[in-house]
Write a protein that binds this ligand. Structure first.
Ligand SMILES: [Zn+2]
Length: 67
């Protein structure tokens, strides 16, 4: 996991400030924002608790099925 705004610069460990990245990309980005690193986000992060709340109640959460 990589912080979009680095912790060293005040970034929180929240759903919307964390993205998954491989070791190489994480190292390449280092202590910079995606804009500074020239690495735009492929997917805008979101809070899953909010994303599945439709019409005032929580819809079924996705289930991970292990083969
Ligand atoms: Zn990578």
């Amino acid at each position: 996991m990589d912080h979009i705004l680095p912790v060293s610069r005040g970034g929180p460990s929240s759903w919307t400030n964390l993205v998954s990245a491989c070791k190489e990309c994480n190292n390449r980005k280092a202590d910079r924002t995606p804009a500074e690193a020239g690495m735009p986000l492929r997917v805008e992060p979101f809070d899953p608790a909010l994303a599945y709340r439709v019409g005032g109640h929580v819809e079924g959460l996705p289930v991970l099925i292990s083969a």
